[in-house]
Design a protein around this ligand. Structure first.
Ligand SMILES: [Zn+2]
Length: 83
């Protein structure tokens, strides 16, 4: 089992590092994927995406590979998905 990448969604440095596939920082997590405000503003695009881009390493991180942290604790309470 590989460990998850911790992304502090309210941290300025992490906001610069982790971006949507188009390189925007205006994304937000949803329950099962991510959503980018900037992408959603484009015509015909709903802004939903499934892999966060790590600008530092070039890696693409699926929603289940990242552990999202907020100022009040983990965004996801559970690590494993139920049936
Ligand atoms: Zn975007």
């Amino acid at each position: 089992m590989s460990s998850k990448e911790v992304v502090r969604i309210e941290d300025r440095q992490d906001r610069w590092r982790y971006v949507c596939p188009c390189g925007h920082r205006s994304w937000e997590p949803t329950n099962h994927h991510f959503w980018c405000r900037h992408c959603a503003a484009r015509e015909g695009v709903d802004g939903v995406f499934h892999e966060l881009r790590d600008k530092k390493t070039g890696a693409h991180l699926a929603r289940e590979r990242v552990r999202l942290m907020t100022s009040i604790g983990p965004y996801d309470d559970i690590d494993e998905e139920g049936g």
